[in-house]
Design a protein around this ligand. Structure first.
Ligand SMILES: CC(C)(COP(=O)(O)OP(=O)(O)OC[C@H]1O[C@@H](n2cnc3c(N)ncnc32)[C@H](O)[C@@H]1OP(=O)(O)O)[C@@H](O)C(=O)NCCC(=O)NCCS
Length: 251
């Protein structure tokens, strides 16, 4: 459940982060570090998660295309190639489903989840959850937070059963589902996790409303900050160019 104080803390953190320049691209984490459950790196900040729409299609593609072959296999259940990923993104139904995202200060989508509402009239109140977190951002609790966010949204949409299809080797995903209270049924190399959801209430509705508002504000701040840093970089580049040509003339 989300209480107001973490929201306030996240809002303050977002405000402070505004004037910090975006970090240089993270060095790829060693494979061993990616595989181990990096509990010690878990973030203490409540990361803003926003609902994303069709205008973020390019960012969704860039996120999924950045996943390595093994992660694509874990995410989609098969080793999706670039073309299949593009087709998946083109086929996203933003009206019916919900896509959630976590953006960094460079506005890269570092983690995303897709809550697909069932189209089968017999299973109207079911939804499937799929998630991916870029390798360098794992072990910070983003996967679990996206799951919580999707859970609240699903309840508010009248969904009473959320399920996740995962490979049995996918310990991280199954851990997230198990911790949320899902029942896991293993069938050889594949597993299904079922989470029964309580009906929506005032708390679930307020939580989603507040969380979305906070995440939209955070995103707007990041857009402004990025514009500012891009502009500053341009000014510095022009200044460098002028200085270099002055040196050349003096020589
Ligand atoms: C599954 C995935 C989304 C998890 O993202 P994440 O942000 O690293 O997950 P979290 O930090 O929230 O960790 C969730 C739990 O899994 C554990 N965990 C994380 N990586 C793990 C690993 N490699 N092995 C075992 N446990 C792991 C964490 O310790 C945590 O458990 P805890 O709450 O008991 O500490 C991410 O690994 C991923 O994108 N994988 C590729 C795509 C995929 O498998 N998608 C799921 C199928 S739809």
């Amino acid at each position: 459940m989300v209480t107001p104080s973490p929201f306030l803390k996240a809002a303050l953190d977002a405000g402070r982060a505004f004037f910090r320049p975006p970090a240089a691209p993270a060095a790829p984490a060693p494979q061993a570090a990616l595989q181990g459950p990096a509990v010690s790196r878990r973030a203490t900040v409540r990361v803003p998660i926003r609902s994303i729409g069709p205008r973020h299609g390019e960012r969704i593609s860039a996120h999924l295309l950045a996943l390595g072959p093994q992660d694509r296999y874990l995410r989609f259940g098969y080793a999706a190639n670039d073309e299949q990923i593009r087709r998946y993104v083109d086929g996203l139904d933003f009206e019916r489903d919900e896509i959630f995202g976590i953006f960094n200060r460079k506005l890269q989508l570092i983690a995303m989840a897709h809550l697909a509402l069932s189209t089968d009239p017999e299973l109207k109140s079911c939804a499937e959850f799929g998630v991916s977190v870029l390798a360098h951002a794992r072990g910070r609790g983003y996967g679990a937070r996206l799951f919580e966010r999707a859970e609240v949204h699903a309840r508010n949409e009248g969904v009473d059963m959320m399920f996740i299809h995962a490979l049995s080797e996918n310990t991280a995903m199954l851990n997230i589902a198990r911790k949320a209270g899902a029942k896991i049924e293993r069938d050889g190399s594949e597993s299904e996790a079922y989470l029964k959801l309580p009906p929506a209430d005032l708390d679930s509705r307020m939580t989603e409303l507040l969380e979305e508002q906070l995440a939209q504000n955070d995103y707007r701040l990041k857009v402004q900050a990025k514009q500012f840093w891009d502009w500053l970089a341009l000014v510095q580049e022009v200044r460098r160019g002028v200085r270099d040509s002055r040196h050349r003339i003096q020589r």
